[in-house]
Design a protein around this ligand. Structure first.
Ligand code: ADP
Ligand code: MG
Length: 259
């Protein structure tokens, strides 16, 4: 069985998609068979991997609502070990349409279960809300990675995600773990350092050692339709995601052995 990890934070622009894409690419570079599932209607993960939302025929929407097998939605990417289940515009309506179907919060979990054996890692990129799509991501996963931007209000937003994770644990997915909090877009200034210190004090174990720096190469690579690995492997941004992947693998291996 793969390790299924959802990347969630209801705040937009904190580095969810950048983390999902580049962590997935880094795992794939280590020859771990990886599937990235994009449940954000904006479809940024797909475009960051060179698959435009408008050219997608079957998407995660059809897998969630029309019973199309996820395997039929999956596309190959430029990286041999990385596949993508792309989003589409239709997902915009999915929050509402899902509200009326039975087992509405388990749709993604069921879809993933059918192809889980093909992969070692499944990463799920969520939209910036705590609605039904993110809920599906949390119910389908074993672990959550929470990207957090090192800014003044970071901790407030974090409380909301953690509360939602607790609810999901109580009601739908008791085994769900916070795999880790990853500090993103870290700027070399005092405020970022203070926020980092504060977060590490509150959440000792959960915070990944690896910090993702603010790095312009990371913000450029999506417009080239490439993960940072295929755009600028020597950049600080790329090296930090490779390091994060090593930490994620170490944690997953440890959890696997404990299970
Ligand atoms: P989210 O998915 O949480 O909305 P994104 O990953 O799309 O956030 O990031 C928001 C914006 O910040 C994007 O334009 C992205 O390219 C940029 N960005 C993300 N991480 C970094 C980073 N470490 N350094 C510089 N720019 C970044
Ligand atoms: Mg995003």
């Amino acid at each position: 069985m793969p390790r299924i990890i959802t990347i969630a934070n209801q705040k937009g622009g904190v580095g969810k998609t950048t983390t999902a894409v580049n962590l997935a690419a880094s795992l794939a570079a280590a020859e771990r068979r990886t599937l990235l599932i994009d449940v954000d209607p904006q479809g940024n993960a797909g475009s960051a991997l060179g698959i435009a939302r408008d050219e997608v025929e079957a998407s995660v929407y059809e897998a969630l609502l029309d019973g199309v097998p996820l395997a039929d939605v999956v596309r190959k990417t430029e990286l041999k070990f990385l596949d993508l289940a792309p989003a589409s515009r239709h997902l915009v309506g999915a929050e509402l349409e899902l509200a009326d179907v039975s087992g509405r919060e388990r749709r993604l979990a069921d879809a993933v279960a059918a192809i889980a054996s093909e992969y070692e890692y499944v990463l799920i990129d969520c939209p910036p809300s705590l609605g039904l799509l993110t809920l599906n991501g949390l119910v389908a996963a074993q672990g959550v990675i929470i990207p957090l931007q090192c800014e003044y209000f970071a901790l407030e937003g974090l409380a909301d995600v953690l509360r939602t994770i607790d609810l999901v644990k109580e009601q739908a997915n008791p085994g769900l773990l916070v795999d880790g909090i990853v500090l993103t877009m870290h700027a070399a200034n005092n405020l970022a350092q203070q926020v980092e210190d504060e977060i590490r004090k509150h959440f000792r174990r959960e915070v990944f050692k690896t910090v993702i720096p603010r790095n312009v190469r990371l913000s450029e690579s999506p417009s080239h339709g490439k993960p940072i690995l295929l755009y600028d492997v020597a950049s600080k941004g790329c090296q930090s995601y490779l390091e994060l992947a090593r930490e994620v693998v170490k944690r997953a291996d440890r959890l696997g052995k404990a299970a």
